[in-house]
Design a protein around this ligand. Structure first.
Ligand code: MOS
Length: 734
């Protein structure tokens, strides 16, 4: 229970997750948990070559196997349309012809009475290929190169002249491997048809977007498709698109004339729902002896799919982090026979800032300047590309408070100069930026005679705490205790919300929820204002306060307690009242939005074994107004753990001849576990950002950005070895 005084400070409070109990008791239902009557099971068959054509498929054995309902291949699949994605074009629809463009491409789906029957029958499908020599290497001269497809290359000044005039040059090549999103929850889709009405439970980061994609694929009006995702077991970007297996689950349900459940295996998660593309990045910095960076040249190359599009813009942060007059930032995509990459936590910035911030560290060494001091010397007081002011920026405070908390002053500059017994100790740091997106969003708030407010929006909560934070925002706006508010999401029939991605949902949704709830309060007050019997008689919404479930005139003394929402409904014989709210990023401000952070890492390196341990980590984050420090800190901790994995453990390894992923299991693809993750100290700095009425920026991506370079720079400080290729492994250090 929350008292009135607590309710007054609900936004910004360390509220426990409102959905925590349902998660730990198993009551929360994830997409795979819905057991529909008459449910059948689908299992995918995937190509075992990366390029060519299917010459022959023998499906008779599978079709006649016990329990099998249908086997779908390109020979019997209907034509499906390609959907526009929520962000860019959607993936090509599956099973449309005999071509194979990547290893692990879905080439058939087997539907049976039980999962075991479907899995057994899937193994009976025999495929002969007419194989072609796959394009698997970024340097393959046969591969098509895509120049600035997304229009995100950035230039200013004259880089060649800037470099020519520089007194110090640092030039290096950094590489990052493919890394796979690997949420714990296996992606699942349950599809059922009722005539031409399609209902889908799916692991998506945006039910409204999945609905649009499915509607286009099957040629249905959007109103004929409903997508549900009340809980999603993580996604890290993998759920931002409607992937072919989702379409296949719906197709299987239609062709089997039964509800169908399709759950990807862990191995299939590596080829079916995207991954962070590997990158090769050339970075050249030109500087004066005084530390002023005068030119930055950042060129990145990464693969993309042959018949799909994903472009990870590696230089977005490079363009804005420092006040540098001459800059060239370009990312090229090379079309290969690979599964399509996708957004993975901190897309663009996570690998891009690794290269930039390692290069800055190399420059600091070259100049004999402290790494924090070097960054302060190049601080961008205004947006360096547009010259416009920032809507808010507290990166200086991130450096100062982070360095202070970390004890950066104890660092002795020379590599190998700090030890703990026989272990080498290193301190490293990095800046972080993320260019978040705030898309339009809607919410609807209702309040009935039971005094319970229900607020709805078609958003998702893939883990950051959206249920909790939106409950806080709604309770605060309506003056209700937390337990009198229920926030609901994850249903495409609710008011449309943007994808939970790009660090933008909290800003968009909290603004819409706040607006809907304040509008609902106004509706109640307007109704009561007309009744002489009401203590709110003659009041406007500006004349009242709402707290602990009561609306009171502001001029009232304690003796005039106002009345409850239920009192008003009762007097007017109404069951409930509702109101809608919408939000959009402010366009009237002449300012640039941005999220900033400074990351500090301490590592210990065993000089004999090359083993790296992260001992301490401090993340100082300017995320604007923080609605719940507890869930926000959890998000930064999670992102830091992902960054530790990125720095030291994670790499998706493909066979260079066949394109087959060689380590598609959790025993071979290493994610950071508890033993790899030290105590992480999270500090929030900064002020509410004026881009939205709530003042939120968003912290989902900036959580991981800068972690890997802070660790890599600490490894250099510990060992004197500059490792420019992630992950930093024992083999590289020995
Ligand atoms: Mo984030 S990669 O936009 O889910």
């Amino acid at each position: 229970m929350t008292t009135a005084t607590e309710a007054a400070g609900l936004v910004g409070a360390d509220v426990d997750r409102v959905d925590g109990p349902s998660k730990v008791t198993g009551a929360a239902r994830y997409p795979a948990d819905f057991g529909l009557e008459n449910l059948a099971y689908a299992v995918l068959v995937q190509s075992t070559v990366a390029a060519g054509r299917i010459r022959r498929m023998a499906t008779a054995a599978a079709e006649t196997a016990p329990g099998v309902l249908t086997v779908i291949t390109h020979r019997n699949a209907p034509r499906l349309a390609r959907a526009p994605g929520g962000l860019g074009i959607g993936p090509p629809p599956p099973l449309q012809d005999d071509r194979v463009v990547h290893h692990g491409q879905h080439i058939a789906v087997v539907v049976a009475q039980t999962l075991e029957q479907a899995a057994a029958a899937a193994r009976l499908v025999e495929t002969d290929y007419e194989t072609a020599e796959p394009l698997l290497d970024l340097d393959d001269p046969r591969a098509e190169r895509v120049d600035n497809a997304a229009g995100r290359d950035v230039f200013r000044g004259d880089v060649a002249a800037g470099l020519a005039a520089a007194e110090v040059i640092v030039a290096a090549t950094y590489t990052t491997p493919a890394q796979t999103n690997n949420p714990l929850g296996l992606f699942a889709t349950i599809a059922s048809w009722d005539g031409d009405l399609l209902t889908v439970h799916d692991s998506t980061q945006g039910p409204a977007f999945a609905r649009s994609a499915l509607a286009v694929a099957f040629g249905l009006p959007e109103s004929a498709v409903r997508v549900l995702a009340p809980f999603v077991g993580g996604a890290f970007g993998a759920g931002l698109r409607t992937w072919p297996h989702v379409v296949l689950a719906a197709l299987a349900a239609r062709m089997a004339d039964r509800p169908v459940k399709l759950v990807l295996s862990r191995a299939q998660m590596f080829t079916s729902v995207g991954y962070r593309p590997p990158t090769v990045q050339h970075l050249t910095l030109g500087a004066r002896r005084t530390g002023e960076v005068v030119a930055i040249d950042h060129q990145g190359t990464e693969p993309t799919a042959l018949e799909d599009d994903y472009a990870e813009s590696l230089t977005r942060a490079t363009a804005v982090l420092y006040d540098c007059p001459n800059l060239s930032g370009r990312t090229r995509q090379v079309r290969l026979n690979v599964a399509c990459p996708t957004w993975m936590r901190g897309p663009g910035e996570a690998p891009g800032v690794f290269a930039l911030e390692c290069a800055l560290d190399e420059l600091a060494c070259e100049l004999g300047t402290d790494p924090v001091e070097l960054r302060l010397r190049n601080y961008a007081e205004v947006h360096p590309q547009t010259g416009r002011p920032w809507s808010s920026k507290a990166l200086r405070a991130c450096y100062e408070k982070g360095a202070d908390r970390f004890g950066w002053a104890r660092r002795t500059p020379a590599p190998r100069s700090m030890r703990n017994g026989r272990l080498l100790v290193g301190y490293g740091m990095a800046s972080a930026y993320y260019g978040y997106v705030q898309a339009p969003c809607q919410a609807r708030a209702s309040l009935g005679r039971d005094g319970l407010a229900v607020v709805r929006s078609a958003a998702t909560d893939i883990g950051p705490g959206t249920y909790t934070v939106m409950t806080q925002v709604a309770a605060d706006a309506l003056g209700l205790p937390l337990d009198r508010v229920r926030f609901e999401l994850g249903d495409s029939t609710m008011p449309p919300a943007p994808l939970q991605g790009g660090s933008g949902l909290t800003a968009a949704l909290s603004s819409a929820v706040h607006t809907a709830c304040r509008e609902l309060l106004r509706v109640f007050v307007d109704l009561a204002a007309g009744s002489p019997a009401s203590p709110l008689y003659g009041c406007g919404v500006q004349d009242v306060t709402a707290a602990d479930g009561r609306i009171s005139p502001v001029h009232a003394s304690g003796a005039v307690p106002g009345e409850t929402y239920a009192d008003i409904l009762g007097r007017h014989e109404l069951a409930e009242l509702s109101a809608d709210g919408a939000s959009a990023r402010r366009r009237d401000l002449d300012a640039e939005p941005g999220i900033f952070a400074a990351k500090f890492a301490e590592v210990e390196v065993d000089p004999d074994l090359g083993l790296v341990r992260v001992r301490r980590f401090v993340a100082a984050v300017d995320g604007g107004r923080i609605l719940n420090p507890k869930t926000a800190a959890s998000q930064i901790i999670g992102g830091t753990a992902g960054g530790i994995g990125m720095a030291l453990l994670e790499q998706t390894v493909s066979d260079p001849r066949t394109g087959r992923i060689a380590n598609a299991t959790f025993s071979d693809y290493l994610v950071a576990v508890n033993a790899d993750v030290p105590d992480i100290d999270v500090i929030f700095v900064g002020e509410p950002d004026p881009m939205n009425p709530i003042g939120v920026k968003g912290i989902g991506e900036v959580a991981i950005v800068g972690v890997a370079p802070a660790i890599a720079n600490a490894v250099f400080h510990a060992t004197g070895q500059r490792i420019r290729s992630l992950p930093i492994t024992v083999e590289q250090l020995l």
